[in-house]
Design a binder for this molecule. Structure first.
Ligand code: SF4
Length: 397
């Protein structure tokens, strides 16, 4: 199955050092196209204000059906309690689109999620991110300029026509639009295998953006490709750090991006929890590294993790490798099961956690007073091609 060059053998998979992503301190810069965020204007109420819950509830009640609050599964409890619906990013964007009467969609998630909601909702709806500094380190690892440079390289090599871009939902609107322009599809962690099957029926190579782990895990674990069929394109190295032969011969060209939360779990975490909790079922998200996924008993998207725990036998033990807010909530909801976090250290999504109660109160009170802060708006051309790629995902067989 390996198609690696004989001249320059493809290296066995090795976890690369993390891409340095410096989350800007409190998002104090001005780059609205970046997932790294921009300054959050206005005076926030102090986190110590004992009336924050009452203030959020009052502003929400005043806005009534004009307001719809979306809460991502990884969001903190004091914010998620105000969400009208919870879910993963795609489900939330669809829910917002299904509520045309809601003028204001407050997205308690991160920047790329709010962009997706803006792309899928109508022009009469405004999508608001309570803290513009809530970006996503993974989405930030693939910029439009870097991906265009990569594509030019594929064109220069004469292979772009046979390469199909498949981009994870966790990417900026620019990357989704790139995908739509070049005949590709978006995927979620639930349908990545179907997306790859579709892509390989259309072309002979896939450029998978931006999460190398989801791409590798799906190709190798679910579809039977070998690790040698995959190469990693590093946008920080000349020519992506790959020879012409490596690019020509690879089936999967994986972008060198990863989730800083799921990337923390190691094979040692799995060994340690198996010793600590006899009979434990290890359940991890496919954004985890390949060697972690290989050691786990179950692998599943956030929605799949929730379903598996709902269906699990009382008394069973589970170690979960995903964001800590969700794991803690699942442990509270299933007191009849032993649910532990896969890592021994704390592992929140720090950017998602920037949406806290003071930011939510600040946002809701502004809306109740007739001001609309922190609107996320994707330009028409980008939104059009991003929608093309999203619609292709909905049309996957
Ligand atoms: S959990 Fe990972 S992929 Fe999800 S928003 Fe946070 S950094 Fe991005």
């Amino acid at each position: 199955m390996s198609t690696a060059s004989t001249a320059v053998p493809a290296p066995a998979f090795q976890e690369p050092a993390p891409t340095p992503v410096s989350l800007l301190l409190l998002g104090r810069t001005a780059d609205p196209r970046s997932e790294r965020g921009v300054e959050c204007p206005g005076d926030l109420p102090p986190a110590s204000d004992p009336d924050l819950v009452a203030r959020a509830a009052a502003a929400k009640a005043k806005l009534g059906d004009r307001l719809f609050i979306l809460g991502h599964h990884y969001q903190r409890d004091d914010v998620i309690r105000f969400a009208d619906v919870t879910g993963d990013s795609f489900k939330l964007a669809q829910q917002a689109a299904a509520r045309p009467e809601a003028e204001y969609i407050v997205f308690c998630g991160v920047h790329f999620m709010a962009e997706s909601a803006d792309i899928l909702t109508s022009k009469t709806q405004q999508v608001i991110l309570p803290d513009l500094a809530a970006g996503c380190s993974m989405a930030d690892m693939a910029t439009a300029e870097q991906v265009e440079r990569c594509w030019e390289r594929l064109e220069d090599l004469g292979i772009a026509e046979r390469v199909v871009p498949v981009s994870y939902m966790n990417s900026s609107a620019d990357i989704k639009a790139f995908t739509g322009r070049h005949g590709g599809t978006i995927c979620t962690s639930s349908n990545a295998e179907r997306a790859l099957e579709w892509a390989f029926a259309k072309g002979s190579q896939v450029l998978f953006l931006p999460d190398q782990h989801l791409g590798r895990n799906t190709a190798v674990r679910d579809m039977g490709l070998s690790l040698d069929d995959c190469v990693v394109y590093n946008p920080h190295r000349p020519d992506g750090g790959l020879t012409d032969d490596q690019l020509r011969d690879a089936k999967m060209i994986l972008w060198r991006g990863h989730c800083s939360v799921h990337g923390r779990f190691t094979p040692e975490c799995v060994d340690e929890v198996r010793e600590r909790v006899p009979g434990v079922n290890v359940l991890v998200h496919p954004e985890c590294r390949h060697e972690v996924v290989e050691k786990a008993d179950y692998v599943g998207s956030t929605e799949r993790i929730i379903t598996l725990l709902n269906e699990a036998e009382p008394g069973s033990a589970w170690a979960i490798g995903t964001e800590l807010n969700l794991v803690k909530r699942l442990a509270t909801e299933h007191p009849d099961k032993q649910i532990v976090f896969l890592d021994k250290s704390v592992c929140y999504c720090s950017t998602m956690n920037r949406i806290d109660l003071p930011h939510l109160v600040w946002t809701l009170e502004a809306l109740a007073e007739g001001r609309v802060p922190n609107v996320i708006e994707v330009d028409a051309d980008t939104a059009h091609y991003a929608r093309v790629a999203l619609e292709q995902m909905l049309a996957l067989p």
